[in-house]
Write a protein that binds this ligand. Structure first.
Ligand SMILES: *[C@@H]1O[C@H](CO)[C@@H](O)[C@H](O)[C@H]1NC(C)=O
Ligand SMILES: *[C@@H]1O[C@H](CO)[C@@H](O)[C@H](O)[C@H]1NC(C)=O
Ligand SMILES: *[C@@H]1O[C@H](CO)[C@@H](O)[C@H](O)[C@H]1NC(C)=O
Ligand SMILES: *[C@@H]1O[C@H](CO)[C@@H](O)[C@H](O)[C@H]1NC(C)=O
Ligand SMILES: *[C@@H]1O[C@H](CO)[C@@H](O)[C@H](O)[C@H]1NC(C)=O
Ligand SMILES: *[C@@H]1O[C@H](CO)[C@@H](O)[C@H](O)[C@H]1NC(C)=O
Ligand SMILES: *[C@@H]1O[C@H](CO)[C@@H](O)[C@H](O)[C@H]1NC(C)=O
Length: 917
């Protein structure tokens, strides 16, 4: 009896403690001598558990000779029973299958196994038998499967934490209501990451009807759906509500404004949307207790109105990032005197705001106003004071700044983003001194800056420096020693790259010097920057050869680009065995020799662009099957294009303007057009191996020619497919099997010596937007099947030996005469030759003097037909219908529209086919 009395006292003690102290603030004290049986149980437990003794700080020290109540992580009550066991972060990896030994600790009230790795096993029976538990913490452990019904029998639970980043646990059957029904004393419920797929009314009612004592409710990323049911308003004692990353999809309910103990309301990424009257209840800002309000990444819209100014507002964190809020920033915000963190970026706030106004918020540590329609006036009248004594992060991107704000006295500033403004002149040299040598993030990109004021000293604290897209000139500034991400691209930097550039920079991950006027050689010291993942030296005036160590030493390198320089010599055959290159662009140089066979080591290579060089080689059959884009255009490649393997991911192949010969074998490229479901994973071809800074990916860009116009694609959709074999010496017939490349967007076979007829099967290429078969020796009539190509925007059949009427229908007549000229016997609109004698065609000699078996490898064709029957083109139509807009940046889109959409109306969605290229 004494014991249960004691534990009840302890219970109420915890309660009182919790009211005043939301977070865990107990320390462990040994009260008494350990009982023998308790010691035995603990030793058995230690024996059962498999743990990493280098990570363990408690278990590893448990020592027979000491009183077990004084062991690390163990606490006993007055009678020597273990009541508290804290084995969090002990590197436990297993040995927990049923943990029956734990049942021996019948008095246990608190159990913490957080931050171990149980590998997703069921919550073991041994734990479920502990009916006296008041605190159960199994967070980030992680356990998996259904949360067992036994949890509902732990009627004394005050705090339950089953959070996990990766969701292994689910609450389905028994459902949330069943589980919580009898846990009426629960005050803290953390189920972040547990899969509780449940409707708004269901989970809200389960919680509000069962847990009258609840103070902390944290259900982030639980697959919950909304709306937030009114029954939650019963829980007006709640102090913490965290429901981030669920599909709530409803307005923020008014009732939260009645929660007078609310300190944290966090609803980021919940799809919260627009009610008509402005979607954030103003009264929330006036809640006296509220400290943290996070509503980022939703669709909240409308204006924010002024709210009553409180004498003591406690708001410390206000995060409204990435919504659709508009109008002026309310003046009332400038009265939130305790504010430390304010993020209003990525909204539609407008008007002019004086930076000076924020001076009233003397505790402000982070201020983010970027990417609104704001004009920020940075003129400050009283400059003698340190304007923002606590400010450590300031982001004013796209705030229409014309000059640098005066930040000389910002001694705490570590992060500064002034990108995408209209700042002119030189970068003042005081900027490197702000933050007292602690500045680590500086983004000045997309301004009108012309130089760096001298003398300057780039601080060694700098980790990220982005000055891309300015007009900076002169010598390249040195890289700070701890640099990780450096972007000097799109400026006018000249002279040579410092020879020792790669030497002190052991942490450098990303370096772009592209689009400058740098000359001289590629320094071999780059080979010492072994962490480098992206190296972009494109579009400069670099000369000399490629240092062989570059592809040999840099094992992390994922993107290597130095297209558009004057590099000559051979490509070194030193690609290392664990080469991790994904994008290699060395186009537009003077490289010669062959493509190195060691490229086969680059098993993740997605893009290989060697166009416009002098490479003299056969077709590179050794390239890895990961390839998506292959550009060999304008070199001296020769021989047949025939490999025994196929590239199932290939989507753009441009081998134009070489000296390839022989027949066209489509087998290697068939897989490419058919097996495309794997591509749905990402929309663009991009490199995204974990950059810490910036939220953008490094995307592949490539130039593609269609209808004689070369376009740069800045984002390459994974559904954009091109075959360009033009300007070679291909011969024989165009194989029928080409019609099986059912997702093709651009086909160019012009300027070869293809003979025979135009295969009817081309009519199956339903997505084709550009077809060029000009300047060949094609004969016979234009198959009427081509009229099925509803998205065709560019057609060139000129300079062949085609005859007969141009098939009529909505399609072909929309093209100009240029598409058909230079043929011997074509007639009909749009040509100015009428087809007078309808019987004429009968007199035409048989179109084809080639023997079929000469032209086509029948084995390949039958394989191809097998594929087609298996999958069917409807499949592709359903899966790859994507809107055009998402694929190109604004400029290229315009070009593309002009080329592909000369007659807008033709673009109409017809016959169930949707445009996907
Ligand atoms: C649990 O562990 C005990 C002791 O190791 C063992 O005897 C028992 O069979 C186990 N029970 C289950 C269900 O695995
Ligand atoms: C659970 O334990 C972890 C690690 O000790 C701790 O960070 C977390 O706050 C605990 N949860 C609760 C609800 O106390
Ligand atoms: C909750 O308690 C009631 C009354 O003791 C009992 O009938 C019911 O089965 C319990 N529910 C659960 C899920 O344990
Ligand atoms: C807030 O509380 C008051 C007083 O208890 C009540 O009249 C009002 O309806 C509540 N508002 C909401 C939105 O629940
Ligand atoms: C700001 O936005 C509001 C509403 O969105 C609009 O009515 C107002 O004209 C805008 N003001 C300015 C200065 O653009
Ligand atoms: C690479 O670093 C090593 C060791 O610091 C140095 O000896 C060598 O000269 C460096 N290589 C180049 C090309 O700078
Ligand atoms: C192209 O190849 C053919 C046949 O192999 C050869 O006769 C011709 O000289 C080559 N042309 C060029 C420009 O290399």
């Amino acid at each position: 009896m004494r014991i249960s009395l004691h534990s009840q006292c302890f219970f109420s003690f915890i309660r009182i403690l919790l009211i005043f102290c939301i977070f865990n603030c107990f320390t462990l004290h040994a009260y008494n001598q350990c009982l023998e049986d308790q010691r035995t149980v603990l030793l058995e437990l230690k024996n059962d558990l498999i743990f990493d003794s280098t990570l363990s700080t408690k278990l590893v020290l448990w020592n027979q000779t000491r009183d077990c109540c004084s062991w690390e992580g163990v606490e006993c009550d007055g009678t020597g029973h273990v009541i508290n066991l804290q084995l969090n972060e002990e590197g436990i990896l297993g040995g927990i299958h049923n943990l029956s030994t734990l049942s021996g600790l019948g008095y246990l009230e608190k159990l913490n196994l957080a931050y171990n790795d149980f590998g997703g096993v069921q919550i073991p029976e041994g734990i479920l038998n502990l009916k006296h538990l008041t605190h159960l913490n199994l967070s980030y452990a992680p356990f998996g499967g259904q949360v067992p019904i036994e949890v509902s029998l732990m009627r004394r639970l005050v705090s339950l934490d089953l959070s996990s980043l990766v969701s292994y646990l689910k609450i389905e059957n028994p459902n949330l209501k069943m589980l919580l029904q009898n846990l009426t004393g629960l005050r803290e419920l953390y189920l972040d990451g547990v899969n509780i797929s449940a409707q708004g009314s269901e989970w809200c009612q389960a919680i509000s009807s069962s847990l009258p004592e609840l103070r902390i409710l944290s259900l982030k990323l639980c697959s919950l759906s909304g709306p937030l049911h009114y029954s939650l308003s019963k829980l007006h004692f709640l102090s913490v509500v965290q429901l981030d990353a669920n599909d709530i999809l409803s307005p923020v309910p008014n009732f939260f404004a009645n929660f007078s103990y609310l300190t944290t309301l966090s609803l980021s990424g919940c799809g919260l949307n627009n009610s008509l009257s402005g979607s954030i209840p103003q009264s929330l800002f006036s809640l006296p207790s509220l400290k943290s309000l996070k509503l980022s990444d939703n669709q909240l819209s409308g204006r924010l109105y002024e709210f009553p100014t409180l004498q003591f507002s406690n708001i410390v964190v206000l995060d409204l990032r990435d919504n659709r809020l508009e109008g002026q920033i309310p003046e009332s915000f400038f009265t939130l005197e305790r504010l430390e963190y304010l993020d209003l970026s990525y909204n539609f706030f407008n008007g002019t705001v004086q930076l000076e106004k924020f001076q009233r918020l003397q505790n402000l540590g982070v201020l983010v106003l970027s990417n609104n329609n704001l004009s920020v006036d940075t003129s400050i009248t009283n400059t003698s004071l340190s304007t923002f004594p606590q400010l450590s992060g300031l982001a004013l991107a796209s705030c229409k700044l014309h000059k640098f704000p005066d930040l000389i006295n910002q001694h705490e500033l570590k992060i500064l983003d002034l990108s995408n403004n209209r700042i002119t002149g030189e970068v003042p040299n005081w900027i490197w001194e702000i933050g007292n040598g602690k500045l680590f993030y500086l983004n000045l990109s997309l301004n009108l800056l012309v130089g760096l004021q001298k003398p300057y000293h780039i601080p060694s604290s700098l980790i990220l420096l982005d000055v891309h897209s300015n007009q900076l000139h002169g010598e390249l500034p040195p890289l700070p020693p701890h640099a990780e991400y450096m972007d000097y691209s799109h400026n006018n930097f000249e002279k040579s790259i410092p020879l020792n550039i790669g030497n002190p920079t052991t942490k450098l991950v990303y370096l772009s010097l592209a689009n400058n006027s740098l000359s001289g050689a590629i320094p071999t010291s780059f080979c010492n920057a072994t962490q480098l993942q992206v190296l972009d030296l494109s579009a400069n005036k670099l000369s000399g050869t490629i240092p062989p160590c570059l592809v040999q030493n840099l094992k992390q390198l994922g993107v290597l680009k130095f297209g558009g320089n004057n590099i000559s010599g051979n490509i070194p055959n030193t690609f290392c065995v664990n080469c991790s290159l994904e994008i290699l662009d060395i186009s537009h140089n003077y490289l010669e020799g062959s493509l190195p066979v060691s490229l086969a080591n680059c098993k993740s290579l997605q893009v290989l662009n060697v166009r416009n060089n002098n490479i003299d080689d056969g077709f590179p059959c050794m390239l890895p099957s990961s390839l998506r884009i292959l550009m060999l255009r304008s070199n001296r490649f020769h021989g047949q294009v025939r490999c025994s393997k196929s590239w199932t991911n290939l989507q753009i192949i441009d081998i134009a303007s070489n000296n390839f010969t022989g027949y066209l074998y489509t087998k290697s490229f068939l897989g490419m057009m058919l097996e495309k479901d794997a591509r749905l994973k990402s929309d663009y071809i991009q490199y995204n191996r974990g950059f810490v800074y910036g939220d953008d990916y490094y995307r592949a860009t490539v130039k593609v020619t269609a209808k004689g116009v070369e376009m740069e694609f800045v984002k390459i959709s994974t559904t954009f497919t091109v075959i360009d074999f033009s300007c070679n010496n291909f011969q024989g017939e165009i194989p029928d099997a080409i019609g099986d490349l059912s997702s093709l967007c651009v086909l160019n076979l012009s300027h070869n010596t293809f003979a025979g007829i135009i295969p009817k099967s081309l009519g199956n290429l339903k997505h084709l937007e550009s077809l060029d078969l000009s300047t060949n020796q094609l004969r016979g009539e234009i198959p009427k099947e081509l009229t099925r190509l509803t998205f065709l925007g560019a057609l060139n059949l000129s300079n062949n030996q085609l005859i007969g009427p141009i098939p009529s229908g909505p399609q072909l007549q929309t093209f100009s005469t240029n598409s058909f000229q230079g043929n011997t016997g074509l007639c009909g609109f749009p040509l100015n030759i009428s087809c007078r004698h309808t019987g004429e065609n009968d007199n035409v000699p048989p179109p084809n003097s080639y023997r079929k078996d000469e032209a086509i490898n029948w084995d390949y064709v039958s394989v191809a037909l097998g594929y087609v029957i298996g999958l069917g083109s409807i499949f592709w139509l359903l899966f790859f219908c994507q809107s055009f807009k998402h694929k190109f940046n604004d400029q290229t889109e315009q070009v593309f529209e002009k080329v592909f959409n000369p007659k807008g109306k033709r673009r109409r969605h017809r016959g169930g086919v949707t445009r996907r290229c």
